[in-house]
Ligand binder design. Structure first.
Ligand SMILES: [Zn+2]
Length: 465
C-alpha cells in the first residue's frame, strides 16, 4: 500500500483491521469467550475483497514489468494488448509464448510476488496448457517445472474454453440445458397444453403469440429473440468501442480500428464473432426504424385490462382474432369432424358469429348478463366487436363491461367444449351465476376503496354481484 502511495494514516487503519482481529465463539446461543486472530482476515470479511484487488494490482504491475524484459515474448494473440494475466477472485491465468525463457521469466515474476505477498499458487490445482508448441520444447518445459499439463477444454469461471472450433459433442451439456428451441417448446406446451412431445392443435401461430400485446400478440418472450436482445448488448459495446478488455481484444484481433458496421467479415474468424457480425443486419438503422413504426392494435388495452380475469382475457383474445377451434375453423384446417353443426344447439353451422351471438344458449347468456350490468350494450355482430373494444373510452364503466363480456365469452366457450366432449350442457342461469361470482372476486381484488368511493354506481353494481 505504501508503494501505491496510500496515506500512512490510512495504511495504519488497515493494519489495525488486519492485526487486531479477534473471534468470539457462540455455543448454544451464548457467547463462550474469544481469541485473537493471528493470520489476517477470515474469508467473507467485507474488507478482504478490496485488499485482494490491491494485491492483484501489485501482481499485474509486477508481471507487466516482467513483460518488458527483452527476452520475454508475449503469447502471439496477446501481443497487441500486452496481455500477460487474467484474474478473477482466486482464479489466475498467465499467458506467454511457448518457449522456455519466457515461461521462466513469468515464473520468476510470480515467485517474487509470492515472496512479498505470502500468497502462492496451489501447484496441485494448477495446469499448463500448450497450443502449437513443438514436442521437444514442450517436454523440456514440462520436465523443468512441477506443473501438470492440462487439456482443453479448460474451465474458467464455470465456462469451458478451447482454442479450436466447438463441435456438438463439446457443447452437449450446454445444449441439453439451454437450447433455445427447447425453451420455446416448453412455453408453447405450457400455453396450449401438450399432446405427448408436441403442443396441442391451435390456430394462433407462434409468430402471432410472441408479438407484444400492443401489436395484437400475447407478449410471449421468444427464446431466439431474447437471445438476440442479449447479444445486442455486446454489439453496442463493440460498436461504441467501450473501454473493456474483451472489446479491446476484438478490436485488436479483428476490427483493427475499423467501424463495426463497415467491417468486412473474414473467413478465419471465431464462431462467436461471426454470429455477432451476422446480427448487424437485424440491428441496422433501417430495420430498427421499421420495427418502431409498426402500428399498435387499438383493442389491446381493452382485452388485456387488469380488471378482466386472466383466463378470460386469453379466450377473449383468441375469439377476437377468430382463432378458437370452432367447427368451421377445424374444417378450414382440414381436421375431420363428424358434423359442422353447433355442438350446443345443433341447429346451425358452428362459427364464431353463431356460437357467441346467434346460438339460443348464448342469446340467453347475453340477456341475463345485460339484466344485471344495465347499460352495457355491445354489438350483436361478432365482426363489430373489435370496433366496440377499440372505440369506447377506457373509463371504469367500460373496463367493467369488457371484463363482463370476457367472462361471458369464456363461459360460452367452456360450455361449448363440455357439449362437444361430454355431451352435456350447463344452463345459461348457472353460467351467469358462476361468472358473477368470479367477477365479484376480481373487482373487489382490483378496484381500490378510493375508486369505489368515487363511483357510487359502480360500487353498488359490484356489491350486487
Ligand atoms: Zn348453437
Amino acid at each position: 500500500m505504501a508503494t501505491f502511495c496510500f496515506p500512512s494514516k490510512f495504511i495504519k487503519w488497515i493494519m489495525i483491521c488486519l492485526t487486531d482481529t479477534s473471534y468470539s465463539l457462540m455455543m448454544k446461543g451464548r457467547l463462550q469467550g474469544s481469541f485473537a486472530g493471528r493470520k489476517g482476515l477470515r474469508q467473507g470479511d467485507p474488507i478482504s475483497p478490496l485488499l485482494f484487488v490491491l494485491v492483484m494490482e501489485y501482481l499485474t504491475r509486477l508481471l507487466n514489468q516482467v513483460a518488458q524484459h527483452r527476452e520475454f515474448h508475449f503469447h502471439p494473440l496477446c501481443k497487441n494488448l500486452h496481455l500477460v494475466n487474467l484474474c478473477f477472485a482466486d482464479d489466475l491465468i498467465l499467458f506467454c509464448k511457448g518457449n522456455f525463457r519466457s515461461l521462466n521469466l513469468l515464473m520468476d515474476g510470480f515467485l517474487r510476488f509470492s515472496q512479498s505477498s505470502g500468497m502462492s499458487a496451489n501447484l496441485n490445482k494448477s495446469h499448463i496448457y500448450f497450443g502449437g508448441v513443438a514436442a521437444d520444447v514442450k517436454n523440456n518445459i514440462l520436465s523443468s517445472i512441477l506443473i501438470e499439463e492440462g487439456h482443453f477444454p479448460l474451465k474458467y469461471l464455470g465456462v469451458s474454453l478451447k482454442p479450436t472450433r466447438w463441435q456438438v459433442a463439446d457443447c452437449s451439456e450446454i445444449i441439453k440445458k439451454l437450447v433455445i428451441q427447447e425453451i420455446d417448446r416448453i412455453c408453447r406446451n405450457f400455453l396450449w397444453g401438450a399432446n405427448g412431445h408436441r403442443s396441442k392443435f391451435h390456430c394462433s401461430s407462434w409468430s402471432q403469440v410472441r408479438l407484444p400485446k400492443s401489436l395484437g400478440g400475447m407478449g410471449f418472450k421468444e427464446g431466439s429473440n431474447w437471445n438476440k436482445v442479449l447479444l445486442a448488448k455486446f454489439i453496442w459495446a463493440v460498436s461504441t468501442k467501450q473501454d473493456v478488455l474483451w472489446v479491446k481484444w476484438i478490436d485488436a484481433l479483428y476490427l483493427r480500428g475499423q467501424s463495426f458496421w463497415s467491417y468486412h467479415l473474414k473467413p478465419d474468424v471465431s464462431w462467436y464473432w461471426r454470429k455477432l457480425c451476422y446480427l448487424r443486419e437485424e440491428f441496422s438503422e433501417a430495420n430498427l426504424v421499421n420495427s418502431l413504426q409498426r402500428v399498435p392494435v387499438a383493442f389491446a388495452k381493452a382485452v388485456w385490462s387488469r380488471l378482466t380475469v386472466p383466463k378470460h382475457r386469453f379466450i377473449l383474445w383468441q375469439s377476437i382474432l377468430g382463432h378458437l377451434l370452432t367447427r368451421d375453423n377445424l374444417i378450414k384446417c382440414q381436421i375431420s369432424v363428424n358434423s359442422c353443426l353447433c355442438p350446443v344447439c345443433e341447429r346451425a353451422e358452428e362459427t364464431h358469429q353463431h356460437l357467441f351471438f346467434d346460438c339460443s344458449f348464448s342469446h340467453q347468456v347475453w340477456e341475463l348478463t345485460k339484466s344485471w350490468l344495465g347499460s352495457a350494450i355491445w354489438p350483436k355482430k361478432f365482426v363489430q366487436w373489435k370496433m366496440w373494444l377499440e372505440g369506447k373510452p377506457k373509463n371504469i364503466e367500460h373496463r367493467i363491461a369488457v371484463a363482463s363480456l370476457a367472462a361471458a365469452v369464456y363461459g360460452i366457450w367452456c360450455n361449448r367444449n363440455t357439449c362437444y366432449f361430454s355431451h352435456c350442457s350447463s344452463t345459461p342461469l348457472r353460467l351467469v351465476y358462476m361468472n358473477r361470482l368470479s367477477l365479484k372476486a376480481r373487482f373487489f381484488g382490483c378496484l381500490s376503496q378510493k375508486c369505489l368511493d368515487k363511483n357510487i354506481a359502480i360500487a353498488e353494481l359490484v356489491r350486487s354481484l
